[in-house]
Design a protein around this ligand. Structure first.
Ligand code: 0X9
Ligand code: ZN
Length: 375
C-alpha cells in the first residue's frame, strides 16, 4: 500500500522532511494497516484516539518520520538509531564503535567524529548520562554530535579545530530508560544491576571508579539510592566500558569531560578531597575560565569553577580516575543547566545548549594549541 488519500485514509498534513510529521485520519478498521505501513519503514507512530472528526469512532495517527530530534529528550533507542543514521550519511567523518552492552543488554556506542581519522589528532573524550535522571546531559552530548557533523558537512575544509571528538552520549542507558519509564522513577540516578540486597538495585557510576574508591562521599549500602559505590570498584559494566575507551586511547585523549546536571559548575580534580589541589590546578582553572568566558560571550551565565572536592568531596568519580590513573592531562565534570533541578524544561534546551557548545569549541582550540604534536 502507499500512503495516499483514499476513502480509508485522510492525510491531514504531509511531512515536509526529517523530524516533521505526517498526520493521518484513519478508521479503526484500517488503523493496523497504516500503523504497520509506518513501522515497517522505521517511522514512529503516535495514536490520538477518538479524534472526533466525521464520527467519534475515527482515529488519528500521527506518523513521525524520525523520532529523534536535536534539542529534545530522546529515548535511548532513538539516540542509538540516530547515531547509525549519522554514520550512514557521513562515512568519511563518523565512526561508531560498539563498546559492549549495559547490564540490561543495551548496546553502548561510542561515536568518533573527525575531519581526518588518520591524522592522530588529540582526542577530546566526552561522556554524559552517567546519572540517569540528568536528562539535560545526554541532550547536550547529542547536540554536540549534531553540531560537529553539521560543521563538517558545511565546509569540507573545516577541520573541527584540529581535534577528534569521541563521545559516549549515554553512559547509563538502563538507568536512563528506567527514569523515563514512569514518573515515579523520574529521580532514579544509579545503574539497574542486581545487588546483594535483593530488593535494591544499582550503583552510582560516579562512585564506582578505582581511584580512592569508597573513601569519601560514597555509600556501601546497596539501598542507598544516591551514592552506593558498588560491590567493588568497576563492579558496573558501564563503568568498565568508559575505562576501556580511556585505556584504548590514553595517549591521545588530552581532555576528558563528564557531562552531568545540574548547577552551572565546571569542576576539576581532586574530587576525593577538598583539602588540597593537584599541582596542575592552575592549568585546570585557566582552561575552565576560558570555557566559562566563552559561554558568557555567547550570552550565557558564567560557570562556577573550582575543584570538585571544594564543592563537596566524593571519591570514585570518573574525573579523578581519568586524571590520576589514566593520566589524561585535563579532566573535568561539567554540571549543566540551572534553576530547574533535574527537570530542565525541554523547550528551553535551545537557549542554553548552544551557549555551552561555544565553550567547548574554545576549549578544543586550546587543546590543539597545547598539544600540537598530534598526541
Ligand atoms: O555527585 C556527583 O557525582 C556529581 N554531582 S551530580 O549532581 N551530577 O551527581 C559531582 C561529581 C563530582 N565528582 C566528585 N565529587 N568526585
Ligand atoms: Zn551527575
Amino acid at each position: 500500500m502507499t500512503l495516499t488519500d483514499s476513502d480509508d485514509v485522510d492525510i491531514m498534513k504531509h511531512s515536509h522532511g526529517l523530524n516533521d510529521t505526517t498526520d493521518v485520519l484513519v478508521s479503526p478498521k484500517d488503523r493496523m494497516k497504516v500503523e504497520k505501513f509506518a513501522k515497517l519503514r522505521g517511522m514512529g507512530v503516535k495514536l490520538v484516539d477518538h479524534y472526533g472528526r466525521y464520527f467519534d469512532k475515527e482515529v488519528a495517527l500521527i506518523i513521525k518520520h524520525d523520532q529523534y530530534r536535536s534539542l529534545q529528550y530522546n529515548s535511548y533507542q532513538d539516540i542509538s538509531k540516530h547515531l547509525k543514521t549519522l554514520l550512514k550519511e557521513n562515512r568519511r567523518y563518523v565512526k561508531l564503535q560498539d563498546l559492549g552492552t549495559s547490564y540490561e543488554g543495551r548496546v553502548m556506542t561510542l561515536i568518533k567524529i573527525s575531519a581526518n581519522h588518520g591524522a592522530r589528532n588529540p582526542i577530546i573524550f566526552l561522556d554524559a548520562g552517567a546519572h540517569a535522571r540528568e536528562w539535560a546531559a545526554p541532550a547536550f552530548a547529542m547536540y554536540i554530535i549534531d553540531q560537529l557533523v553539521m560543521t563538517l558537512n558545511k565546509s569540507e575544509t573545516e577541520d573541527l579545530l584540529g581535534v577528534d571528538w569521541y563521545i559516549l552520549p549515554v553512559v547509563n542507558p538502563d538507568g536512563y530508560e528506567y527514569s523515563r519509564s514512569d514518573p515515579d522513577n523520574r529521580m532514579w540516578r544509579k545503574t539497574r544491576s542486581k545487588t546483594w540486597r535483593e530488593e535494591c538495585f544499582g550503583a552510582d557510576i560516579n562512585r564506582n571508579y578505582d581511584f580512592m574508591w569508597g573513601y569519601r562521599g560514597a555509600s556501601f549500602d546497596p539501598c542507598n539510592f544516591q551514592t552506593y559505590a558498588g560491590e567493588k570498584a568497576f563492579s558496573e559494566r558501564e563503568t568498565r566500558l568508559v575505562r576501556k575507551v580511556m585505556k584504548d586511547n590514553s595517549k591521545r585523549i588530552k581532555l576528558y569531560m563528564s557531562i552531568h546536571s545540574y548547577g552551572e559548575y565546571l569542576i576539576h580534580p581532586w574530587g576525593f578531597t577538598g583539602s588540597y589541589l593537584p599541582d596542575q590546578w592552575e592549568k585546570f582553572n585557566r582552561l575552565a575560565q576560558v570555557y566559562s568566558k566563552a559561554v558568557v560571550n555567547a550570552g550565557g551565565r558564567p560557570f562556577r569553577v573550582m575543584s570538585t572536592g571544594q564543592w563537596y568531596p566524593a571519591s570514585g568519580g570518573s574525573g579523578d580516575y581519568a586524571f590520576a590513573v589514566e593520566k589524561i592531562p585535563y579532566t573535568y565534570t561539567l554540571e549543566i543547566t540551572d534553576g530547574y533541578q533535574f527537570n530542565y524544561p525541554e523547550e528551553l534546551l535551545h537557549t542554553v545548549l548552544p551557549q555551552y557548545y561555544e565553550g567547548l569549541k574554545v576549549m578544543a582550540e586550546e587543546m590543539k594549541r597545547d598539544f600540537p604534536n598530534k598526541g
